[in-house]
Design a protein around this ligand. Structure first.
Ligand code: ZN
Ligand code: ZN
Length: 186
């Protein structure tokens, strides 16, 4: 279902304040999303903390790693580091209003309703979801990358092609031909 092994964490007991965890995960297969291919050839560091407030468990999830993909403009291979934090609230309280919504409106938790709180929590889905969200959606080798010529596919950076100039000619010729055809028909 997910491209990673299952990730299970220990839930703090009602009295405990916080549990911290850290692990390296590997992503076996390339990920295709946002119209690109992402290769995670190095392990990704997944760390975080869990804290409990009665029937709610707050999870702060941090993902750190490097991904190989390509520039969306010139298609050059790129290696990009990512370091992101995601906040989840696992709630077994079945309350309509969750504590996070009442307390701090600046902090946004993604709420996951769970039927009950066990000693462990399977957060594979949240780790996978966070990993996908950590991938750069519009990677560029540099902000002002000129990309490829849309006509001949050559890199505009290394060598300027003559496409723009010849296209101008072609447009004129094409228009003249069309004009000629219309004149012939009438
Ligand atoms: Zn580029
Ligand atoms: Zn060109």
């Amino acid at each position: 279902m997910f491209g990673i092994d299952s990730f299970v964490v220990t839930v703090p007991s009602a009295e405990e304040h916080e549990i911290r965890f850290s692990a390296e995960i590997s992503v076996a297969n390339d990920i295709s999303c946002y119209g690109l291919e992402y290769v995670l050839d190095e392990p990704v560091n997944v760390s975080g903390s869990l804290s409990r407030q009665e029937k709610d468990v707050f999870l702060s999830l941090s993902l750190k790693g490097e991904v190989q993909t390509c520039c969306t403009r010139c298609l050059d291979p790129l290696r990009i580091a990512f370091d992101e934090v995601f906040l989840y609230l696992f709630s077994a309280s079945q309350d309509i209003e969750h504590p996070s919504e009442q307390e701090d409106s600046d902090v946004e938790y993604l709420i996951v309703d769970v039927p009950s709180l066990e000693q462990t929590l399977d957060i594979t889905e949240q780790v996978w979801e966070s990993l996908i969200l950590s991938l750069p959606q519009n990677p560029k080798c540099r902000e002002e990358c000129p990309g490829l010529c849309p006509f001949c596919g050559k890199k505009l950076e290394s060598r300027r092609c003559d496409c723009a100039a010849s296209l101008q000619d072609e447009k004129q010729t094409g228009f003249s031909v069309l004009k000629g055809m219309l004149t012939d028909e009438s």
